[in-house]
Structures are given as C-alpha cells and as structure tokens.
Ligand binder design. Structure first.
Ligand SMILES: [Zn+2]
Ligand SMILES: [Zn+2]
Length: 378
C-alpha cells in the first residue's frame, strides 16, 4: 500500500499553519460531503481520505509523529488500531469543524429543500365548464370547492391545548440532529419530531393533530371574454392552506361546452349551412345565427359548389385585449334530396333528359372539332 500523503490530500504545504489546514479541509469537506454526493462512492472515499488527513494534521501530536515517521509511525504510536477503527481522541474537534461548516451550509440548505413543500399549501386544480356564449361575453362566476385550511380550534398547532406541546427532547427543539459515524458527520431531520422541534402529547380533536382541516371555499372568478378552450386561470393563494397559514394557488382550467351551431377554431367560428340542390343552383338567402344573439341574412351565390366557404367578417370570438373579432366561416353543404313527391320526381326526370341532351350535343361538338385528324396530320 502506497504511503499516504496527508498534505497532498488536503492540498497544503508541509509547513501549513493550523488555520490553513482547517480551511483546506472545510473546502474539501464541502465538496465531497456525502449529503452533497448521494450514492457517489468516489466522493465518499475522498471524503474519508480528507477526514483521515485532517484528523492527523489538525492534531499537533499526531502531526509531529506523522512528519517524523509517516503513516506507520502513527499506527505504532496509537496502538495499531489504524484509521477507521474509531476511538479517536480528536473526535470532538472534528465535530466542532463540522458543527459550524455543516450547520451553515448543509444544515440550512437541506432544511430548505425538505421544507420546500411545506412552505405553502398544495396548489389545486379544477375544471370548469362554460358555454361558448360565456366565453364570448366573458363571465363572472362564484366557484365553490373544498380545500385544506388551517384548523380554527388549534390554529394549526395540532395540539388540544398549548400545554400539550412539549419541546422535542431528542433534538432539543432544533428539529435537526447531528450524528457521527466513523469519520462522517451528518445533519438530518429529527426522526422523533420530524423537524418540528416539538412533540404533541395530546392532538387536537378537530384536526387530529395535522393542524389542517377540509373547508369549503368560494372564490369570485372573472373569465375574460374570448377565453379559449383549455385556458388555465390562476387564482393566487386560493389553493390548500398549510398549518402555518400559507396557501398554494388555485388553477381553473376552462372547458367550453359543445355548441349547437358553432364550432370554434381559435377566434373564428365555423358554421355549417345546409341548402338544397335548387338553392345551390339558383342562389338563395339563408339566416346565420350570431354568437351575440340574433341572426343575420347572407346571400349564397347561384352555382355555389359543395364545401365552399363564405366568410362573415368580424362576427367571431373577441381577440383578447382588443376590439377585433375573428370571423364566422360558413361552410356550404348541399343536400341531395332523398324523398321526392311525384311533381319533383317528374321535374328531376325532365331535368335529367335536358342534361342528357346537352351532353349528347357536347359530345358531338367535340367529335366535330377535327381533333383526331389534327393529331394525325400535325
Ligand atoms: Zn386542530
Ligand atoms: Zn426532534
């Protein structure tokens, strides 16, 4: 086994002062601490190495022996237990260093992360259904729902009375405990009080000790005109409230109900108009309903083809923060009649005969155009 160079491990010179060693150790300990490198065995090994180096170099006695005799000298001098066997006198020193290093860096840092979700209540999301008319006009509505809210009986404390709250004896009310395992020092959430720093000896009967209960809540919501299907409204602080009184947000996803006349395409409204074959041939006028109510007449030109789209400008949905509106797109559907009375049948037969005559005439004209001979002789 190669001789360990504790100075190199800590990146300091052989005549480094105690302060230099300490600060080198802090820097490396922060870098390789297992809390910062979960599951990283290389970091763990490095962490162990620097601990071992610091153990020796921070202790004047051990440092002297190490300088004179190297690692072997230490083994001899300390009963041959080696490192990792425990029983180090310098353990309290190590804790001192970890005490302030990890208190300020890891301690508060990990608390922040672990309490992140508790800082405010959960966000809530609900769906609301509105009509297309509501989406057109905008709508104010009262939305009622249930959410978690702070318990009124214990004011979020979770105890049946103030005297039933005791300081946690395991962590002495700090919510965190520090422990050492071999060379490693860890700070973790107190397993007894789960970071609360206090123990409830008799829970509140109303909330069972959780500090929160389910309550009905009502919010007034203003849905903006022109709102699109699937839009999400955020209402701040109307989500779940945690026991500290901090609320998450409420999200409402707007769903627009199916409309009898219109289909929506962003800000345009699509409307199908069905006309009969005679109206398609001769042209006609039809009523088109309007989303704001009422209707308007539009002219369908004669000879209109199936699937033709006519546009009714600015009669669609309002654009947000604008006076403009989308259009109504009128899609022409021509219906082939399936039930005819005798008179209509007679007329269609006559119509067909007339079309057939036209077709014959057309065909004979085509034959007489000399196309065949032109092709041969040109
Ligand atoms: Zn309560
Ligand atoms: Zn505790």
């Amino acid at each position: 086994m190669a001789e360990k160079d504790y100075y190199r491990t800590l990146g300091v010179s052989r005549n480094a002062t105690g302060d230099e060693i300490k600060s080198a150790f802090r820097r490396l300990a922060l870098k390789y601490h297992p809390d910062r490198n979960p599951g990283n065995s290389e970091a763990e090994a490095n962490f162990k190495e620097i601990n071992e180096a610091y153990e020796v170099l921070s202790n004047d006695e051990k440092r002297k022996i190490y300088d004179a005799y190297g690692e072997e000298g230490l083994k001899g001098g300390f009963g041959g237990s080696g490192f990792g066997g425990g029983g180090f006198e310098g353990f309290s020193d190590l804790n001192d260093v970890f005490g302030d290093v990890f208190e300020s860096f890891f301690g508060s840092g990990s608390t922040r992360t672990s309490r992140k979700n508790e800082r405010r209540g959960e966000d809530l999301k609900f769906d609301i259904d509105i009509t297309l008319e509501d989406a057109f006009n905008g709508k104010k509505l009262d939305f009622e729902y249930e959410r978690m809210d702070r318990c009124d009986v214990c004011h979020g404390e979770g105890a049946s009375s103030a005297s039933k709250i005791k300081k946690c004896d395991y962590c002495n009310g700090r919510g965190r405990v520090q422990y050492s395992q071999g060379f490693f020092a860890f700070t973790q959430t107190c397993p007894k009080c789960h970071g609360e720093g206090k123990i409830i000896t008799e829970p509140c009967r109303s909330c069972g000790g959780s500090g929160v209960v389910t309550k009905k809540n009502k919010v007034s919501v203003k849905i903006p005109a022109g709102v699109d299907n699937g839009s999400v409204l955020r209402i701040k602080d109307e989500g779940d409230v945690n026991k500290n009184g901090d609320a998450g947000d409420l999200y409402l996803e707007v769903h627009i109900k199916h409309h009898n006349h219109f289909e929506r395409n962003k800000y345009d409204l699509l409307y199908d108009v069905k006309i009969n074959i005679a109206d398609a041939v001769l042209g006609c006028e039809v009523d088109v309903p309007l989303i704001e109510g009422g209707k308007t007449k539009i002219k369908i030109p004669r000879g209109v083809q199936y699937g033709k789209t006519l546009r009714l400008n600015e009669k669609g949905m309002p654009l947000p923060n604008s006076r403009k509106r989308g259009d109504v797109l009128i899609n022409i559907k021509i219906e082939t009649p399936t039930h005819l009375n005798d008179e209509q049948r007679e007329l269609f037969i006559k119509l067909k005969e007339s079309f057939d005559k036209d077709k014959l005439k057309d065909d004979s004209e085509k034959k007489d155009d000399g196309g065949f001979f032109k092709k041969i002789f040109n």
